[in-house]
Design a protein around this ligand. Structure first.
Ligand code: AMP
Ligand code: MG
Length: 551
């Protein structure tokens, strides 16, 4: 008997993945909570705000919410966790991932960590509103921590409420999935669930608090350990805990490095963290991602993008831009400063690790290697974006000149690089035809005149000569450039439009963006509005060009 389409889909869904049946009941999630099984817990079991010493985490249950409702879930993350899609549509899914029901095998806890905030040591921070359910073994056998962000107070909540608003949750949910599909290491997001409770926030810290819809995002990552996780015990001279945390991290998250003496392991591991961080920042610079709050508590030990707060996407190319109004004065975390800031953060991590080793030299060498790796990675990335094939002498100057063109007028860097692949390389091309593919990149077309236009044309001709010299066939060059220059990123105004609609009860734009951003390097006919340059209304709008840490 022929299967109907419906039963075929059902049969496929029920097929074992990695030798395992799909999870149809959240009580069957295969938890294996190595972190809490290995590391010391806080002895007190209550969400009372306090300093927590001698422990890597505190036991704390999520606080139930009024009326959980799933807004969106990521099919890729669900599949990675081996979840049957039907589970993700169930009411139980909303209950579990809003924190109202703790599934079998979960051991809810909040992590202790400290950090440097805006350059100053801030002492204990910790998961003030994130509660990890535990680690689930995914379809590849990898441990994935499920963490509910916005799940209520913990010992680390300090003066805040432990909650998150829909606005910041939509931003985190969409951006972490978008980053993944851009090929950038990141924490993931399984779900976005409305709580049915209101949360009061003063968006601009200007004395106008207002209720907003509350939400919980289930974040997913092999580990949520941060640089600040090591800094906290180091700052207290608790070398026993520091050592336990380092050993567990290397054993669980860097098993390939887990051999030799402690000194050797620490050196090898820190070098790996430096390498991963350098590679991560090269990616951010490529796509124009500005994290916004690169405090050491927001630096993942795995080299993942973590903690999506007042982040933004560089549209017109301004290296001094930061989306974070809290950082407007010093611009510590502006786009162009991210490589140096990441190195400063690595230096703080190294400082925390020094007491574990008699040999600090390898840590110093790794910090220097970070700079080298970042710079060579950046150069290779730019040459690839420009479609030049193998690097050649003289590339640095010509590549640097593109950034002069980009700063000579208000030009959209996403559109510029994407469209550059469509600029003719034939030396006989007229100036107009040379500039035509880039028309939409100019925020102020009237700026494309006189010297600015002449400089742009001169650079495009030099770029074209170098591209021809590089020897890639036109179609190959186009394919390679398109593979590193995305058509679609989560432009600040797009996220805001999705938030505005979701706050009115319409999640369709969140879902559509999630789908568009799944294939950021593909042309997607009919979806041009999602790749257009920033609309004028977004230039000075709160939530687009201006974001605060209020979330
Ligand atoms: P962030 O700026 O998001 O990296 O947060 C810095 C610290 O503040 C972390 O310890 C967070 O857990 C904590 N935090 C941020 N928002 C809240 C909140 N609404 N409730 C409790 N803690 C929070
Ligand atoms: Mg944080």
């Amino acid at each position: 008997m022929a299967l109907t389409a419906r039963s075929e889909a059902a049969a496929e869904a029920a097929a074992p993945v990695g030798g395992r049946q799909l999870v149809r009941d959240l009580d069957e999630l295969p938890f294996d909570n190595r972190f809490v099984a290995t590391l010391p817990a806080d002895e007190e079991r209550s969400p009372r705000r306090r300093q927590v010493a001698g422990a890597a985490y505190s036991w704390v249950d999520p606080t139930p919410v009024a009326a959980p409702r799933t807004v969106a879930w990521s099919p890729e993350v669900a599949a990675q966790l081996g979840l049957d899609p039907s589970v993700c549509e169930s009411d139980d899914f909303a209950q579990v991932f809003a924190g109202n029901r703790v599934p079998a095998g979960a051991q809810p806890h909040a992590l202790a960590y400290g950090g440097h905030q805006f350059g100053s040591w801030a002492g204990q921070l910790g998961d003030g509103r994130a509660i990890a359910l535990g680690e689930v073994v995914d379809r590849d056998g990898q441990h994935q921590t499920l963490q509910l962000k916005g799940a209520g107070p913990t010992p680390y909540s300090r003066t805040a409420d432990g909650r998150a608003v829909l606005r910041s949750s939509v931003r985190e949910f969409l951006c972490s999935e978008a980053m993944h599909h851009l090929g950038i290491p990141t924490t993931r997001a399984l779900s976005l669930v409305l709580t049915g409770d209101a949360v009061v926030r003063d968006v601009l810290y200007d004395g106008n608090p207002a209720p907003e819809p509350g939400a919980v995002v289930c974040r997913v990552a092999p580990s949520f350990t941060r640089f600040g996780s090591f800094q906290l015990p180091a700052s207290r001279g608790d070398l026993g805990l520091l050592r336990q945390l380092v050993e567990a991290t290397i054993r669980f998250d860097f098993p390939e490095l887990d051999h030799g003496s402690l000194e050797e392991r620490v050196a090898r591991w820190f070098r790996e963290v430096c390498d991963r961080t350098a590679d991560l920042v090269v990616h951010w610079m490529r796509v124009g991602f500005v994290h916004g709050v690169l405090n050491t508590d927001n630096m993942s030990i795995l080299g993942l993008t973590i903690d999506y707060g007042p982040y933004g996407w560089l549209e017109d190319f301004d290296p001094d831009w930061t989306p974070n109004t809290t950082d407007a004065a010093g611009r510590r975390y502006r786009y162009g400063a991210q490589p140096q800031v990441a190195q400063w953060n690595l230096l703080q991590l190294a400082t925390a690790l020094v007491p574990l080793t008699d040999q600090p030299e390898p840590l110093q060498e790794a910090l220097e290697a970070y700079a080298e790796r970042y710079h060579s990675g950046f150069r290779a990335m730019v040459v690839e974006r420009l479609g030049w094939g193998a690097p050649q002498e003289g590339d640095d100057e010509l590549a640097a000149a593109v950034f002069e063109v980009l700063t000579s007028a208000e030009l959209d860097q996403v559109l510029f690089f994407r469209q550059l692949a469509r600029v003719p390389v034939d030396p006989g091309t007229s100036d107009d035809d040379l500039l035509a593919p880039l028309t939409d990149a100019w925020y102020r077309p009237e700026q494309c005149t006189g010297e600015v236009r002449a400089a742009a044309v001169a650079w495009l001709r030099a770029w074209g000569r170098r591209a021809v010299d590089g020897g890639l066939a036109d179609d190959e060059r186009l394919a390679r450039m398109d593979a590193v220059n995305p058509r679609f990123v989560l432009r600040n105004s797009l996220a805001q439009e999705a938030i505005d609609a979701a706050e009115q009860g319409d999640p369709s734009l969140v879902l559509e963006l999630l789908d568009v951003l799944r294939r950021p390097y593909d042309e997607q006919p009919g979806r041009e509005r999602f790749s257009a340059r920033r609309p004028e209304w977004a230039r000075h709008r709160v939530g687009c060009s201006m974001l605060s840490c209020s979330s």
